[in-house]
Write a protein that binds this ligand. Structure first.
Ligand code: NG6
Ligand code: CA
Length: 508
């Protein structure tokens, strides 16, 4: 059976929802989809986006082959909100989705539509392998029993997770509903309120640590790294951070092998290059920039390993690859890994202002590459304005996914931009941080912030969070690095853009 149909056919499904699409080119209606989602990778952090100190050949090969976006954005400047938006097609603020503790309940309503459910209904086998950080369970989680609801209930046929982050307990893998390698006679318990268990803690035993850490990251020590939160039991299930590159790519490879005869979607959110940065010995010391640079090399190697498997299984030519990052770069994020001291000339943000947590451009402007090797996409550099929140409706348009009323309300079908480097993207885009920012034409507006900046963020003076109590307005056509706030010279623009944000807030 031929899989070749026209995008026009699938676009027709969306017309009823008020979407406007046009025929881009003939492509397979059911290509496989692989989403590489690096953690905290900045705009300048790969050599195809300007890094010169070290090389990322596997990512660069994708950039050469596909579309290299120069104005693509994660939905938010931190992890949980970005992932929330990608998987639901809704802005995180609608559900107060902020950075979650490691024992938080699942933040996505599993009775509602999601990206993986939409793909399943369109005939796809779906998997998530990597860092989750969207919460698990519906209240208190007993890690010794079935942990659910989670990704399976959200529409992934298979899941293999780091449950929260590398710097948070529990430091164990979760495969589908169960903690891997758990010994029932040594049950596992997690607390974010009080110390539990007999493991040493960072505040008392700094001599046990591979890297010193700040107070928040100085609770239970596992594998020579102190974490946020406390964990008791579960000794046989503990992960070893240095094994991540093999463990996660092995699981992804198994999924590709077992799914190669049907359409599949693999969501592969990396732990790298998030803290703690403790790369495998294959990469330690290799970048010349310390652990953060070494983690970039490790991430590149992992990307190459999975791409090679797609080729080996003969499915690469029918696979759309989306490579990007969940937020911008950060140097010191809790561990003394000397990221800033050792980076030398390297500029992780690629010149843009801010970084992770920030309302400025480097908070969300990240590398993004889309490849579809069958030759039907028009490759090259694209300056289209795109947001990861648009992956939902754009994939729906591509695969003929059906959308119900109100599904993925903040997502836009910008499939043409994903398939043609010369096509336009969005005209307007929201960026979420601890406040909201809006891109509109040449303008970038940052809404005044009236809340309380979290103390840990306010204390991090190296992080320019961009929070101010008065409006900020930048003309990116002349000032792409956001150096000149022209809000007082253009009160009418401030008013208009604030009213656009207000309208987005009220959208139902
Ligand atoms: C912050 C952590 C930081 C990191 C971040 C989440 C402190 C002081 N800092 O709260 O280390 O874990 O959460 O990063 O606790 S993210 O990329 O997953 O959003
Ligand atoms: Ca992140």
């Amino acid at each position: 059976m031929s899989l070749m149909t026209s995008v026009l056919v699938s676009s027709a499904f969306l017309m009823g929802c008020g979407e406007k699409t046009k025929v881009v080119s003939d492509v397979s209606s059911k290509p496989n989809v692989v989403i590489f989602y690096v953690d905290d990778l900045g705009y300048g952090d790969v050599s195809s986006y300007g890094m010169t100190v070290a090389q990322t050949p596997n990512v660069d090969a994708l950039a050469k082959e596909g579309i290299r976006f120069t104005d693509a954005h994660s939905s938010a400047a931190t992890c949980t909100p970005s992932r929330y938006s990608m998987l639901t097609g809704q802005y995180a603020f609608r559900n107060n989705a902020a950075i979650l503790p490691g024992d938080a309940p699942l933040i996505i309503d599993h009775t509602k539509p999601t990206l993986p459910k939409m793909m399943q209904a369109a005939g796809y086998k779906t998997a998530v392998v990597g860092k989750w950080h969207l919460g698990l369970g519906d209240g208190f989680v007993d890690w010794n029993k079935d942990v659910k609801p989670g990704p399976i209930e959200l529409g992934f046929d298979y899941s293999f997770l780091m449950p929260a982050t590398g710097d948070r307990v529990p430091t164990v893998y979760l495969e589908n509903h169960t903690v891997l390698n758990l010994d029932p006679s040594d049950p596992i318990t997690v607390s974010y309120e009080k110390r539990i268990g007999s493991r040493p803690v960072g505040t008392e035993r700094p001599e046990l640590l591979k890297q010193q850490a700040d107070l928040q990251h100085s609770a239970t020590i596992v594998n020579g790294i102190s974490r946020i939160g406390w964990m008791a039991g579960g000794k046989s299930a503990e992960w070893k951070d240095e094994d991540f590159p093999f463990v996660f790519t092995d699981k992804a490879i198994n999924f590709i092998r077992s799914s190669k005869d049907e359409p599949f979607m693999l969501f592969f959110p990396f732990h790298d290059i998030h803290v703690p940065r403790v790369p495998n010995e294959m990469f330690a010391g290799k970048s010349g920039m310390g652990p953060r640079g070494d983690a970039i090399l490790q991430m590149d190697w992992m990307t190459g390993r999975i791409v090679n498997e797609l080729k080996k299984q003969g499915v690469y030519d029918n696979t759309i690859i989306i490579f990007s990052s969940d937020n911008g770069p950060v140097m010191d994020d809790g561990y003394a890994d000397q990221a800033d001291d050792l980076r030398g000339e390297h500029d992780p943000a690629g010149g843009y202002r801010g970084g992770k947590y920030s309302a400025y451009e480097a908070g969300t402007r990240v590398p993004m590459i889309v490849t579809y090797p069958n030759g039907l996409v028009k490759s090259g550099d694209s300056d289209a304005l795109v947001s990861h929140i648009d992956i939902y409706k754009s994939l729906a348009a591509l695969v003929g996914g059906t959308l119900t009323a109100g599904e993925a309300i903040d997502s836009q079908n910008i499939l043409p931009a994903f398939l043609d480097a010369s096509a336009d993207g969005r005209e307007e885009m929201l960026e979420e941080s601890f406040t909201l920012s809006l891109r509109n034409g040449d303008w970038k507006y940052v809404e005044p912030f009236s809340g309380q900046t979290p103390a840990w963020l306010a204390n991090k003076t190296a992080i320019e969070n961009g929070l101010q109590s008065t409006p900020q307005l930048f003309d990116l056509s002349k000032d792409q690095y956001e150096q000149h706030n022209v809000a007082s010279e253009h009160p009418e623009v401030v008013k208009k853009l604030q009213s656009r944000i207000d309208a987005i807030r009220l959208k139902k």
